[in-house]
Design a protein around this ligand. Structure first.
Ligand SMILES: Cc1cc2nc3c(=O)[nH]c(=O)nc-3n(C[C@H](O)[C@H](O)[C@H](O)COP(=O)(O)OP(=O)(O)OC[C@H]3O[C@@H](n4cnc5c(N)ncnc54)[C@H](O)[C@@H]3O)c2cc1C
Length: 468
């Protein structure tokens, strides 16, 4: 029987994290690195990222960036982000020939505006470091050889077989203690390795190769995988009036997510876009993780809402002044006209676009006023209602648009299993997990690549130091 090929280090998944780890480990002297990728190319998701511009990191410092990953994520990422701060990601890309530039909302893009440039640079670095890159090489399953004898395995059939026929061949057992993992590829190839890095990503945008393969492998090792749900995903609204506003964008909006009792769950000041299905844009998408979790817990649609303040810098007194001054105008001005004229200079000062009439009409409707209502219909109580509507348009939310439109997956390998300094999986010598496969997800703004690169860097450093 032909001998099974053996490697020192195999990295599964040539996405952001896997490519970075393979490059950095090999460049620092780890020999014999094999990088396996299911799709025909390295960095398939990088190419699709940031609207093909790839928002590759953030302008935030390491601690501020880490805090955006909520409590558990922030604690886990503290070491990794300090080990590879966002600024260093930029410096390293600069060394690879990718100049970067800052953009609003703490984003960093390649100056060329090309995700392909980022992907190509990473690929060149991987190859120049001597990594063997095999594309079109999907790993179907792997067996943890060291514990196969004791009966635990990522492959239940292999465990069962081992339990039925425990090896008595001393040579084979010795060989297995050198190579700890046996990988089975969809091509039928089998290979073994001493150290295995899993970087197969999440389960969003499955067309980019991320079909959640890693979760099952980890669960069959007896490790906890927290529920994997879509995040950074547009929100669904059941309200037809919301769909009718499709195409309207609010650059400076503040969105507050309220549960069915009206209690605030979270808030975010980021652009927002009305769509034919509900709400999209960074604000709603950043908040979507909470909606996805509630949908998961309830097992169906939710009755939440997003309260949208289109101009957080314009306060209630200013709105009152506009309405009072408008009422004093000659003729019988309509409220729509009063608001359009009154808001224009304030929005200009705030650097915001005018509010389209269609949207202003929705604010009026929320206050129980007709689109063509004149200022006479505005008694004191109604004026108060209109001001409250203008500071908080309540958009009903029933759920998210799911994995097909999610930029990341929330949930994954429970962080308690992983050493945050090395991304080594506790109790499984030689096994490392990095990137989105971990229970980590951050908001829009280059933070998820930052997390992929930083966990990969921590892992690469540990591999260089000989960690198993
Ligand atoms: C449309 C879109 C836009 C995005 N834009 C941004 C952005 O601008 N900035 C940002 O920070 N984040 C962005 N993200 C999120 C970011 O792309 C991910 O968080 C990041 O790529 C995660 O890195 P990763 O290496 O863990 O996983 P991935 O980059 O997803 O890589 C995982 C790789 O593993 C491979 N793989 C999976 N299973 C197997 C298997 N069985 N065998 C072999 N290989 C396998 C996959 O094909 C894939 O190439 C975006 C995501 C999407 C979907």
């Amino acid at each position: 029987m032909a001998a099974v090929p053996e490697r020192d280090l195999v990295v599964v998944g040539a996405g952001a994290a896997g490519s970075w780890a393979a490059w950095r480990a090999a460049a620092a002297g780890v020999p014999d690195v094999l990088l396996l990728e299911k799709t025909p190319r390295l960095g398939t998701k990088i190419l699709a990222s940031g609207g093909s511009r790839c928002n590759l990191t953030t302008t935030l410092g390491p601690d501020d960036a880490g805090r955006l990953f909520r409590d558990k994520g922030a604690r886990f990422l503290r070491r990794a982000f300090r080990g590879l701060p966002p600024l260093e990601v930029r410096e390293l890309f600069d060394e690879l020939g990718v100049a970067t530039e800052e953009a609003p909302l703490e984003k960093v893009f390649p100056s060329s505006g090309s995700a392909r440039e980022v992907r190509d640079a990473l690929q060149s670095a991987v190859l120049a470091a001597g990594v063997e890159l095999r594309t079109g090489a999907a790993v179907e399953r792997f067996v943890e050889l060291a514990s196969e004898v004791s009966g635990t395995s990522a492959d239940p059939w292999a465990s069962a077989k081992a339990a039925r026929a425990p090896s008595t061949n001393a040579e084979e057992v010795a060989d297995r203690s050198a190579a700890r993992f046996e990988l089975h590829l969809a091509t039928g190839d089998v290979l073994r390795c001493r150290r295995l890095v899993l970087a197969s990503g999440g389960r969003s945008y499955a067309s980019t190769g991320t079909t959640g393969d890693g979760y099952g492998w980890l669960e069959s090792l007896g490790l906890e995988v927290t529920p994997t749900l879509p995040a950074l995903v547009p929100l669904a609204s059941p309200a037809a009036w919301v769909h009718d506003l499709s195409g309207i964008a609010l650059q400076g909006a503040e969105s507050r997510l309220l549960d069915q009792r009206g209690k605030e769950v979270a808030r975010r000041e980021r652009p927002l876009l009305f769509t034919h299905a509900g709400l999209s844009g960074p604000g709603p998408m950043d908040l979507s993780v909470h909606v996805a979790k509630e949908v998961h817990e309830r097992g169906g649609p939710v009755c939440w809402s997003l309260k949208v303040d289109p101009f957080p810098t314009i306060d209630r007194d200013q709105l009152r002044d506009i309405l009072v001054a408008g009422a004093g105008r000659g003729g019988a001005p309509r409220l729509l006209r009063i608001l359009t004229d009154g808001l224009a200079p304030l929005l200009r000062v705030a650097g915001l676009e005018p509010i389209p009439k269609r949207l202003l009409a929705a604010f009026l409707a929320q206050a129980g006023l007709a689109e063509d209502a004149g200022h006479q219909s505005l008694g004191r109580a109604k004026r108060h209602e209109l001001i409250e509507a203008l500071k908080g348009l309540e958009v009903p939310i029933s759920g998210t648009l799911g994995f097909d439109q999610a930029e990341v997956t929330t949930g994954g390998l429970a962080l308690r299993h992983v050493d945050s300094g090395s991304c080594r999986v506790r109790g499984h010598p030689g096994l490392f997990v990095i990137g989105e496969l971990l229970d980590l997800d951050g908001p829009i703004g280059g933070l998820n690549f930052q997390s992929a690169f930083a966990t990969a860097e921590a892992c690469a450093k540990a591999l260089v130091q000989g960690a198993t």
